[in-house]
Design a protein around this ligand. Structure first.
Ligand code: C2E
Ligand code: MG
Ligand code: MG
Length: 542
């Protein structure tokens, strides 16, 4: 019970004293005996005492009453304060609830906008496009009209991103988005599909040629350079077009077929548009079947490695082997990596393939070394997708530990464009590999359109001159300026230089005359199976 409660209870229980009687108040008559008088006097004194007690009690009751009134007043006052406070709290809570509701509504609206728009360009995203395309198709169906879908991809955007960095790449994408939007009608939708891919939906077109007119406009609008910081960037686009109902009756088919047409536009030389044609699907189906074959190969030991010798051009000694993967299918000729590596990269299977290749090559190297064959370096090609995967370094360490190969025998071949992505992390991974003792080679050197400063920044051991430059050497006396420049640069940077794709005596003579240290090519040895390579090594030793 509260303090006030206790005080109130005390008061009410004592309140019953209110009706106490005032006993023996009269004086004794004069005709009484002495004894009677004394008794009467005593009785009177007792009555006086009693009265005094009663008076005290009454006073006490009055005091208690005052106290009760005060408590009641206090209680009343307290209730009012509490009520006021509660009221205030209620108002604050209501305001807060209102603010929170508004914030929640804002957040929901923002989230729904974010879910439907691309953060970088503010354009509708894939989800919103699918929605609008669905609506456009339904409308076109009712009114017997056409809808055109254009799939756009910037040409060589990756080089810009890799060489100038993502910040410049992002600003370029924003600039492209603005130009595209300025080119179409209000009723059309420009959307960013992701990366450097955009889609334009023309909700009402009469014929496919209307769409091609817009496509030409979009190509032309990219003509003027984009000025980003101190850079003047030139960008072209490749466009694939699909038209409802001819090229697809639903959103998915239209997007897929426009994408396929875009791929053909790129193949036929970039900066072009291409209308979809049904035979284009054949290629897409072929891609699908390669993916299936790769999955089967991974499950059923269908991958095989061939080894191509690298040779010291002065002495003719074999300095190492490059492991090259092939796909073996029952009874069919081997399938070469040119036909499946990029598909494997697209569908992610490259991770498993890369792991298998590295392990197999290291195992093979260990068994050759165990057999007393000096293999020098075993080189393994690493795709950029693999290299930038999060477990790459751990994977290399694990394979070296599992196979027991001395890391000094392993060389990883990476391409320039692969190295130029995420350069901070690349440098870290390369340093860690170097610490392990693994060597790093730049494959197809000279084709990656990179700045050369990375050659000093990254711990690189070897440059492999791309075969296209070597093929330009037509005779020993002729000048192949790029080849000799790369050899000279490699020397001054103290890098090993290996010329790839040597096919003719003249090429070999020229390279020798320029003191190119090592070479690789059909003239010196074709890629071959492990057994043939071991035989070649044995012969080379004697
Ligand atoms: P690469 O690493 O530059 O390998 C050299 C390619 O040139 C090989 O083709 C080889 O067979 C071919 N070659 C060698 N000498 C000559 C020659 O004298 N003339 C001509 N015309 N070609 C020659 P391959 O085996 O078809 O491999 C093609 C590319 O596929 C490789 O180019 C490499 O980038 C990639 N690749 C091969 N194996 C793997 C692998 O295990 N993993 C990854 N990620 N990529 C691989
Ligand atoms: Mg290679
Ligand atoms: Mg190469």
């Amino acid at each position: 019970m509260s303090k006030i409660g206790r005080r109130i209870q005390k008061y009410t229980s004592e309140d019953s004293l209110k009706g106490t009687t005032k006993a023996g108040e009269e004086t004794p008559p004069a005709n009484m005996s002495l004894a009677e008088r004394e008794a009467a006097l005593q009785a009177s004194e007792k009555a006086i005492g009693q009265r005094e007690q009663d008076a005290m009690l009454r006073e006490k009751v009055l005091r208690e009453r005052d106290e009760a009134v005060q408590i009641r007043e206090e209680l009343g006052a307290l209730n009012a304060a509490q009520l006021k406070e509660a009221n205030e709290r209620l108002v604050v809570a209501t305001v807060r609830a209102q603010t929170m509701t508004e914030a929640a509504e804002d957040a929901a609206a923002r989230m729904s906008h974010m879910a439907q728009h691309d953060v970088l360009t503010g354009l509708p995203n894939r989800a919103l496009l699918t929605d609008r395309l669905g609506q456009a198709i339904a409308l076109a169906q009712r009114h017997d009209q056409r809808v055109a879908l254009m799939y756009l991809d910037l040409d060589h955007f990756k080089h810009i991103n890799d060489s100038l960095g993502h910040a410049v790449g992002d600003q370029l994408l924003q600039g492209v988005a603005r130009r595209l939007q300025a080119c179409v009608r209000q009723s059309d939708t420009v959307c960013r599909q992701g990366g450097d891919e955009f889609v334009v939906l023309l909700a009402e077109v009469e014929t496919a040629s209307n769409a091609t007119l817009t496509a030409s406009k979009l190509i032309d609008v990219m003509d003027a350079p984009f000025l980003i910081g101190e850079h003047e960037l030139h960008v072209t686009v490749s466009i694939g077009i699909s038209v409802y109902p001819d090229d697809g009756r639903d959103a998915e088919a239209m997007i897929r077929n426009a994408d396929i047409a875009m791929y053909h536009a790129k193949k036929s030389g970039h900066n072009k548009y291409q209308l979809f044609a049904p035979e284009m699907n054949v290629r897409a189906v072929a891609r699908q079947s390669v993916e299936v074959a790769l999955r089967e190969a991974l499950d059923q030991h269908g991958l095989v490695l061939h080894y191509q010798p690298k040779t010291n051009l002065e002495t003719g000694a074999i300095t190492g082997a490059e492991a090259l993967v092939r796909l073996r299918q029952n009874g069919n000729p081997l399938v070469y990596p040119g036909q499946f590596i990029s598909i494997a990269e697209d569908c992610g299977l490259i991770m498993q393939i890369g792991k298998w290749v590295l392990k197999e090559a290291c195992h093979q190297a260990v068994s050759w070394l165990d057999a007393g064959l000096d293999i020098g370096l075993i080189a393994v090609n690493v795709s950029a997708v693999e290299f930038h995967g999060k477990d790459f370094l751990a994977g290399v360490r694990a394979v070296l530990a599992e196979t027991g190969l001395n890391p000094h025998h392993l060389e990883l071949e990476l391409t320039e464009s692969g190295l130029m992505q995420d350069t901070e992390r690349t440098a870290e991974t390369l340093r860690a590999l170097k610490e392990l003792g693994v060597q790093i080679a730049i494959d197809d050197f000279g084709t990656g359109y990179s700045s050369l400063s990375y050659l000093q920044r990254f711990p690189i051991d070897t440059l492999k001159i791309d075969q296209s430059f070597v093929h330009d050497i037509h005779d020993a006396s002729g000048e192949a300026a790029l080849v000799s420049a790369i050899i000279a640069m490699g020397k001054s940077l103290k890098l090993r230089v290996v010329a790839e794709g040597i096919e003719t005596r003249q090429q070999l003579d020229y390279l020798q005359s320029k003191q190119c240290a090592e070479g690789q090519g059909y003239l010196l040895g074709r890629p071959m199976d492990a057994e043939s390579f071991a035989a070649m090594l044995t012969m080379n030793r004697h």
